[in-house]
Design a protein around this ligand. Structure first.
Ligand SMILES: Nc1ncnc2c1ncn2[C@@H]1O[C@H](COP(=O)(O)OP(=O)(O)O)[C@@H](O)[C@H]1O
Ligand SMILES: CC(C)(COP(=O)(O)O)[C@@H](O)C(=O)NCCC(=O)O
Length: 744
């Protein structure tokens, strides 16, 4: 004890002195820190995350401040800027050359294979593919447990799930032109959870689907609740598209991880080794992934992919880009999920910045790309991101993407019919009553997908080629007359079309599908005649397209959102600005009968404004938005109809983002084509209308094309020459709508 007191009396004064000195230093230091912190808040008080101009020549304390900046400050800037996609590439970003050489090194993850890009005049569309591991596991186990029949049944469930989700969500979103509906998302997510393949039976029972287990066709127990795909076509389809690698027959162990990798590297060549599998043949060996898409599976790749997927899942928080969740679908052919994103091309710089700030560019070496912007922006992408655009032809991509979707999704196509339109079939007990467009029930969808809706006799002229299903596609060399003669003259039904209803159409595949006219309404309009898989020609176009409408609307209305403009147009009254035939001739003129024009159709779009003292008097923005929409749409319809006549195509598919959520134009086009063709032609629309280019770029970049895309037997596609006509004039006269007289 005495020893301790002696020790403390000797050391205590020293320890106390040291402690007080350290307290003093700490106080001085803290005061200095607080001073700096105060100055630092002032330093970036505008909170813009940008360095102010006086930073160029910093004072010594400012230099010190910058070193001491709180880490969250930088983080916050990144988050804020990234979330609004307004970030400028910082000067201290990694050197692109270093990144580029890293990408070139073997083994560096390159995830560009999952993308397809379409850079258009107004919008850039991005498609990405998410391979689904669960799916092939399920497929594999279904072979072992339930056999081939069970496998086919599960395929059908899944196809139905995809179709149902897309159709249902789209039907709902069309009620309201809302880009990003959380309600839809919530509902979709709920459905998707239910459709997890591992819980397939619960999923099926939740929709009252009979799972008899004997391979019979699926049938809904209640047509009010579920969509059943046309069972026959799906079963056939299954056998036509089943792929087996050539190496499968050489006894590979498809379950071993090494063979999975080997299989993955050769999957793209599987397109040439399609084997027709008959139901009675022995259970085939199956590889781990049946996806045609070649996505390498190293850990590094998996991590890079996961990074991107989790980013993309959050993408709806970004203002400039929209992820179209209602369009996501599971591809039966490629065994994975497709997702769809778009942003305005004028925000390209921000999009590149966003990729850079999230470091995605480090893992992307090349990307399948199409559209004019794939050429225009190729150098910028290379320079800023080190990403090469693997350019795919715009029209090839469009056709490939469209035909792929039509062979992959049940119920992709639809048209509009006037409300007095009735089904032909008398067995209407199983056919639900259709409801007007925008309220199409699941039941109507179900019947439509089943192909149970029939045309009226006056529509039968095109029914023979229109209502065939995928199964009848291959093997039959029947070419119906594209423009058959009508026995009875259908009456024009102008008024009813304004409340026309959405009617599903079977996806016409194979030889019966051709020829058809494809009208792409993007910024401008391109018109193609399609004669077969990869057999198409751009026959015409029009400068009056979606860009015309949107550009003029920005001038004429105060709106700067396309969906707002569509909402305006819904409320508008075009007769406030359009001059009707009756306005010129008087209401009941006999002369009108002679020239064959009713008095209540438009004689001149916007013509009424000519006669008014003050053109804007009693005219609202919504009237302008509506009249303009009809003007542009009528013009497109007319050009399309004339081209369909010229090129002998009874079916006209209208695609392009101009039509997205744009029921007015779709109804109008359906009416216009029916009216002008006297019922001989039909306008059809597709649920993924704006994304075929991007999807096609993805597919073509993987070499997925031809019969794999279309489901058609190429031997049964009528070659162009078989029509015995060469049409050299097409190239000369119809390629462009904007005449260039000096060249003629
Ligand atoms: N959210 C939107 N923003 C801008 N335009 C839109 C939007 N939604 C639909 N559109 C219409 O779609 C057109 C672009 O269609 P799209 O097929 O993407 O063509 P492109 O490839 O030329 O950009 C626009 O000109 C406009 O009429
Ligand atoms: C030039 C285009 C092919 C570009 O396609 P888009 O981005 O408009 O979808 C298209 O705008 C177009 O075909 N315009 C009409 C040109 C004409 O036929 O006169």
């Amino acid at each position: 004890m005495s020893k301790i007191s002696a020790w403390s009396s000797a050391w205590l004064p020293f320890l106390a002195g040291a402690a007080s000195a350290s307290l003093l230093w700490t106080a001085i230091y803290l005061k200095y820190e607080l001073y700096l912190l105060g100055t630092e808040i002032d330093y970036d008080s505008d909170d813009d995350g940008e360095q102010d101009s006086d930073d160029e020549e910093p004072q010594s304390n400012v230099r010190r401040k910058r070193l001491m900046r709180w880490p969250w400050d930088k983080l916050r800037n990144t988050v804020i800027h990234a979330s609004t996609a307004l970030l400028h590439i910082s000067n201290d970003a990694p050197d692109l050359e270093t990144e580029r050489s890293a990408k070139d090194k073997t083994g560096h993850p390159c995830i560009g294979a999952i993308f397809g890009l379409d850079v258009g005049g107004t919008l850039t569309k991005l498609v990405y593919f998410e391979e689904q591991i669960h799916e092939y596991k399920r497929t594999e186990s279904s072979y072992h447990t339930g056999g081939l029949m069970h496998h086919r049944k599960t395929e059908q469930y899944h196809a139905a799930a995809s179709a149902f989700q897309v159709l249902q969500a789209r039907t709902d979103t069309m009620k309201q032109h809302d880009d990003d509906s959380n309600t839809d998302l919530h509902r979709l997510m709920h459905q998707r959870i239910e459709s997890v393949p591992d819980r397939l039976d619960e999923f099926a029972s939740s929709y009252n689907i009979i799972n008899s287990g004997n391979g019979e066709a699926l049938s809904p127990t209640s047509h009010d609740t579920w969509v059943s795909p046309g069972s026959v076509d799906l079963e056939e389809y299954e056998f036509r598209t089943f792929k087996r690698e050539a190496s499968a027959s050489s006894g590979n162990d498809y379950n071993s991880p090494t063979s999975t990798a080997a299989a993955a590297t050769t999957t793209t060549t599987a397109t040439t080794t399609t084997i027709q599998q008959h139901p009675d043949s022995p259970t085939p060996p199956i590889k781990k992934s049946m996806s045609l898409v070649d996505i390498p599976k190293s850990n590094q790749h998996a991590e890079a992919l996961n990074n991107f997927y989790s980013f993309a899942r959050r993408l709806d928080t970004y203002q400039t880009a929209v992820k179209e969740k209602e369009l996501s679908y599971y591809s039966r052919k490629l065994r994975g999920q497709f997702h769809f994103i778009r942003f305005e091309t004028r925000h390209m710089q921000n999009a590149m910045n966003l990729m850079r700030i999230n470091n995605f560019h480090q893992n992307i070496k090349e990307i399948g790309a199409t559209g004019g912007g794939a050429h225009k922006y190729a150098n910028e992408w290379d320079k800023n991101l080190g990403i090469q655009m693997a350019k795919q032809d715009e029209m090839d991509s469009l056709v490939a993407g469209m035909q792929f979707v039509m062979s992959d999704i049940v119920g992709e196509c639809y048209t509009f019919k006037p409300n007095d339109w009735k089904e032909e079939s008398s067995s209407s007990s199983s056919v639900p009553t259709e409801e007007p467009e925008n309220t199409m029930s699941a039941a109507a969808t179900a019947a439509a997908v089943n192909g149970s809706l029939r045309k009226t006799p006056s529509q039968n002229s095109i029914a023979s080629s229109d209502c065939c299903d995928v199964t009848t596609a291959a093997g039959t060399e029947q070419y119906s007359d594209p423009l058959p003669i009508l026995t009875e003259e259908p009456k024009p039904r102008i008024d009813q079309w304004w409340t026309s209803k959405k009617v599903q159409r079977d996806n016409v595949m194979g030889a019966h599908a051709y020829p058809y006219l494809l009208v792409s309404i993007g910024t401008g309009v391109s018109i193609l005649r399609v004669d077969g898989p990869r057999q198409h020609e751009r026959v015409s176009g029009s400068t009056i397209g979606g860009g015309t409408y949107w550009g003029l609307c920005r001038l004429l209305t105060g709106s700067d959102s396309f969906s707002d403009v569509l909402n305006l147009a819904m409320k508008g009254d075009p007769s406030k600005v359009d001059m009707m035939v009756g306005d010129i001739y008087g209401k009941n003129s006999d002369a009108l009968e002679k020239i064959g024009l009713p008095s209540d159709i438009v004689a001149s779009s916007f013509g009424k404004l000519v006669a008014k003292q003050n053109p804007s008097e009693d005219v609202k923005e919504e009237d302008l938005a509506r009249a303009l929409l009809l003007m542009v749409t009528n013009n497109i319809g007319q050009v399309a109809h004339l081209n369909a006549r010229l090129h002998n195509t009874a079916r006209i598919y209208f695609v392009g983002t101009f039509l997205q959520h744009n029921t007015i134009s779709q109804q109008r086009l359906a009416h216009a084509i029916d009216y002008w063709s006297k019922g001989e032609m039909e306008a059809q629309f597709l649920e993924h209308e704006g994304y075929f280019g991007a999807l096609g770029a993805f597919l073509l970049n993987h070499g997925i094309e031809g019969d794999v895309v279309t489901g058609a037997d190429p031997h049964h596609v009528r070659p162009r020459s078989s029509r015995g006509k060469k049409r050299p004039w097409i190239k000369m006269h119809h390629r462009s709508n904007s005449m260039n007289f000096t060249e003629l």
